[in-house]
Design a protein around this ligand. Structure first.
Ligand code: BG6
Length: 477
């Protein structure tokens, strides 16, 4: 029996800045990721003030999809993808972010990409903001601390909806908007909001300020999109790393509940159209000035999302009384401890397929909205074997186990799931480390951490395996 609906959106996911390259081509301006250097596992990426010609920036050329998209999209067609998730780089459309008129060359590029996808029968799924804030808005405006960005984002969204609504039906506003709840890691506030904390800042206050502006911007975008074309499906996108209590000690259970609220804050507002009591209480209790203005309540209420998109890679565990000082790059929290029941990837991401079924159920129960798994995948080193092929069995094992649990969630638990787009369908630049060697793709790209390589594409074993999965609507796995 086939549990998944006939129109299930099997796909692949990427973000424009991690694979397009062409960072200053076609009139594009620099974004907040264009000043991110390369890091490594355990080594943070640095933010430079401007683009410094003596530094190496892995996103600048990335895997050069900008110049090679017909070849890549042909491979996606061969895989049988029903949809392809990417983003529109804000700085291709508004190079500084605050121009009056959009950059036609940037719009024309995405027209070509979407036409190319549609000609292969692949539906584009588009994120409006995937860590691609114009650098000018970060430097001159202070990023999303500044309320002016609400309208600038809404204008960018309007231009995209007006131009592409006949080609793109599925949209998301801000990618992994809840990463920044982890204010200890400077990468997240920078990439989500274009913000760097100063010594005078109270981190949680700044967090709630930028959050408020982004939630308003997202709600306005949803309203504008629906005015332009009522059938558009516009979702939010959160990183979902479920937090388990280490034990049934009530203190551990309470610690997990508190931590999970940080995971849910953004989606609670996106879906319900108002702030949850626990957030209002924190803002009141700690005396934060969030910048509420008259009319904000109505904006939030009128711009609720149509579905909940989320990434799922791993779970985490917290234990009361533990305090880690290190920056957390791996979905970990200050009170995280290893889970003795699961293994981890080479980058320390805990592999937990049942956690996907659990997450689908938690999100379904909490929101009663359609769900969309828009990222899931296994970052690993891939090598060519002596037969000239890449046998990425561990990636197949990871994906198979997650697809199995996702199917149980639909078939047995009744979760309403729109689709599944594994992350990095083609090798690309890692977000957290800037590495190329942390690969997720079913298509290998010849490029290394230092930017050497021919950029040639080749299929891994997972390519043929996933093609069968899609062709059988998930049965042949
Ligand atoms: C998510 C992001 O955090 O996970 C992607 O939306 C990112 O942009 C992906 O690439 C995997 O993370 P990483 O650091 O392994 O590339």
């Amino acid at each position: 029996m086939n549990a998944l609906p006939k129109d299930f959106l099997w796909g692949g996911a990427v973000a424009a800045h991690q694979f397009e390259g062409g960072w200053n081509a076609g009139g594009k301006g620099p974004s907040v990721v264009d000043v991110l250097t390369a890091g490594a596992h355990g080594v943070s990426r640095r933010v430079t003030e401007v683009v410094d010609p003596t530094e190496y920036y892995p996103n600048h050329e990335a895997i050069d999809f900008y110049n090679r998209f017909p070849e890549d999209v042909a491979l996606f067609g061969e895989l049988g993808l029903k949809c392809f998730r990417t983003s529109i780089q804000w700085t291709r459309i508004f190079p500084r972010g605050d121009e009056d008129e959009p950059n036609e060359e940037g719009l024309a590029f995405y027209d070509e990409v979407f036409d190319c996808l549609l000609s292969q029968g692949i539906e584009p799924v588009v994120t409006l903001s995937h860590f691609e804030l114009p650098l000018h808005l970060a430097r001159a405006y202070g990023g999303f601390r500044n309320r002016a960005l609400v309208d600038l984002f809404a204008r960018f969204a309007r231009v995209c909806f007006e131009r592409f609504h006949t080609k793109v039906r599925y949209w998301m506003t801000f990618n992994e908007i809840n990463n920044q709840m982890d204010t200890n890691n400077a990468l997240f506030l920078w990439t989500n909001s274009g913000v760097t904390l100063t010594e005078q800042d109270r981190a949680r206050e700044v967090l709630f300020q930028v959050a408020h502006h982004e939630l308003l911007a997202s709600a306005l975008a949803v309203r504008i999109g629906h005015e332009i074309a009522p059938d558009l499906q516009i979702g939010c996108m959160i990183s979902h790393v479920p937090v388990y209590p280490f034990s049934c000690d009530p203190e551990d259970v309470m610690a997990a509940q508190v931590a999970n609220r940080d995971r849910f804050f953004f989606s609670d507002v996106h879906v319900r159209g108002h702030y949850p009591a626990y957030a209002l209480k924190e803002i009141e209790r700690d005396g934060y000035n969030v910048g509420w203005q008259p009319g904000d309540e109505e904006i939030l209420a009128a711009g609720t999302v149509d579905y909940v998109g989320f990434s799922y890679y791993m779970s985490t565990v917290v234990r009361a009384g533990v305090h880690n000082d290190e920056e957390s790059l791996n979905g970990a929290l200050s009170n995280s401890v290893p889970n003795p029941h699961v293994k981890a990837s080479d980058w320390g991401w805990q592999i937990d397929p049942v956690g996907l079924r659990y997450s689908l159920n938690v999100l379904a129960d909490r929101y009663e909205k359609p769900l969309f798994i828009v990222e899931n995948g296994f970052g690993a080193v891939d090598e060519f074997a002596s037969d000239g092929e890449i046998h990425d069995q561990s990636r197949i094992d990871y994906l198979r186990a997650h697809i199995e649990q996702m199917t149980v969630a639909v078939e047995h638990d009744g979760v309403n799931l729109m689709g599944y787009t594994p992350w990095g369908i083609i090798d690309l630049v890692s977000f957290t480390t800037g590495e190329m060697k942390k690969r997720y793709g079913m298509i290998h790209v010849d490029r290394d951490n230092a930017g050497n390589g021919t950029l040639a594409r080749s299929k891994k074993d997972s390519f043929n395996w996933y093609a069968h999965v899609i062709a059988s609507n998930g049965l042949a796995r």
